[in-house]
Design a protein around this ligand. Structure first.
Ligand code: ZN
Length: 69
């Protein structure tokens, strides 16, 4: 099960919750103030790995061939 990060909209406190995929999490209680206004934050590790490898692989090759004339 993945761990999701949530931020409480009432007090701004952040906390992690172990949840099944597709769970909403809107009924989660903030451990700090007890409010049920938690908003899920985007997980940083999955977002960075996707865009990084794609951009560097294609740009390097085309640039070197052009200036060789
Ligand atoms: Zn809170």
């Amino acid at each position: 099960m993945p761990i999701y990060e949530y931020r409480c909209a009432a007090c701004g406190g952040e906390f992690e919750v172990l949840q099944s995929v597709g769970a909403d999490g809107r009924d989660l209680e903030c451990p700090e103030c007890g409010a049920t206004r938690a908003e899920r934050m985007l997980s940083t590790f999955s977002a960075s790995t996707g865009s990084h490898g794609d951009g560097s692989a294609g740009g390097g090759r085309g640039c070197g061939g052009g200036g060789f004339t």
